[in-house]
Design a protein around this ligand. Structure first.
Ligand SMILES: C[S@@+](CC[C@H](N)C(=O)[O-])C[C@H]1O[C@@H](n2cnc3c(N)ncnc32)[C@H](O)[C@@H]1O
Length: 311
């Protein structure tokens, strides 16, 4: 792959994350979100979001009035995404008439200082870290890491009693409609690929991350205070068009499945996979494809004090 291929793939991924925003907006569990708002420290908290990607969550939390001042750190292993993030956040702020200024390490948006940190999570946890966070966020990320290994270190990034909000955790069920005869074998292979995936030299995923978080959080001394489903539900409107850029989002989901299974020929016959993808592609183009993915959200406190540090 050439450098420019690499760059265009990364830009495609940035577009996927931007397209995912409206899907996540609908999906995020409002009961869990209400509990986050209740637990959120007053004043100007320090928020750390791991695997933050483009930074769409900080924009959403400002839009929703859940965050407005303090410091918000976007940590991600993908430098190109972080590079895109600064401009994406400035464009987002400009569209809302919010003042934004470039900083040496991020962007000031209104009263919120957004800092961009390039780091791989496992290495970041092993290397130790600076100031602790009051709030820790991971959206659509924990299903990409080895949760039992990573969770205790993650929770230590919080002040004792600090608040975590772990959202859009995949939980073993993807449904594409209308049904197709190869759905079962394609999904079984896709889940197996998630379960066996290695990234950054570490196990990277679990197709049942969501349901296992109940136990994993408890084992780490931080049982959930609220939990609920945050399923992705994507379908075209009555005019046959998908909302926003969600046709691109669906196309990216199909591409992800193709990339994951292309080298897994022992699990799915290449001809069966090709047929499944071709049918799904045609349904997408016709606005007939419906996609559901089961996911779970959690909010709670890190072990330690029962309340976050007073401000
Ligand atoms: C599915 S994307 C979600 C991005 C963002 N949270 C969102 O919902 O739009 C997962 C993100 O996690 C990052 N990521 C995956 N594994 C990581 C790791 N081990 N350390 C740091 N970042 C990681 C990826 O680079 C990517 O930006």
């Amino acid at each position: 792959m050439t450098g420019s291929d690499d760059a265009s793939m990364a830009s495609g991924y940035a577009r996927y994350l931007a397209a995912k925003t409206t899907v996540d907006d609908r999906a995020l569990n409002r009961h869990v979100l209400a509990e986050l708002r209740r637990l959120m420290p007053a004043g100007a908290p320090r928020v750390l979001e791991v695997g933050a990607g483009l930074g769409t969550m900080v924009a959403r939390l400002m839009d929703w009035g859940a965050v407005g001042a303090g410091e918000y750190i976007l940590l991600d292993a993908d430098r190109h995404l972080l590079d895109c993030s600064g401009q994406w956040l400035r464009d987002w702020a400009a569209a809302r008439g919010l003042r934004s200024d470039l900083l040496p390490d991020g962007v000031q948006v209104g009263d919120l200082r957004v800092r961009l940190v390039h780091a791989e999570l496992g290495g970041y946890l092993e290397a130790g870290h600076g100031a602790l966070a009051d709030v820790l966020i991971a959206n659509a990320v924990l299903d990409l890491v080895d949760v039992p290994a990573v969770l205790p270190g993650l929770l230590r990034l919080l002040v004792p009693g600090g608040v975590y909000w772990f959202t859009i955790n995949y939980d073993g069920e993807s449904i594409f409609m209308p049904g197709h005869p190869h759905d079962g074998k394609v999904m079984q292979a896709y889940h197996r690929d998630m379960d066996e995936r290695i990234r950054f030299g570490r196990p990277a995923g679990d197709s049942r991350t969501g349901r296992r978080l109940f136990h994993n959080l408890r084992a780490a001394g931080a049982p959930a205070l609220a939990a609920g489903s945050s399923d992705w539900v994507v379908s075209a409107g009555p005019d046959g068009n998908y909302p926003g850029d969600e046709a691109y989002f669906l196309g990216s989901i199909l591409s992800t499945i193709r990339s994951a299974l292309r080298s897994r020929q022992a699990w799915v016959e290449p001809a069966d996979l090709a047929d499944w993808l071709a049918v799904r592609g045609r349904q997408l183009a016709a606005g007939e494809l419906v996609y559901l993915a089961h996911q779970l959200d959690f909010v709670g406190r890190s072990p330690g004090l029962r309340t976050a540090r007073p401000r």
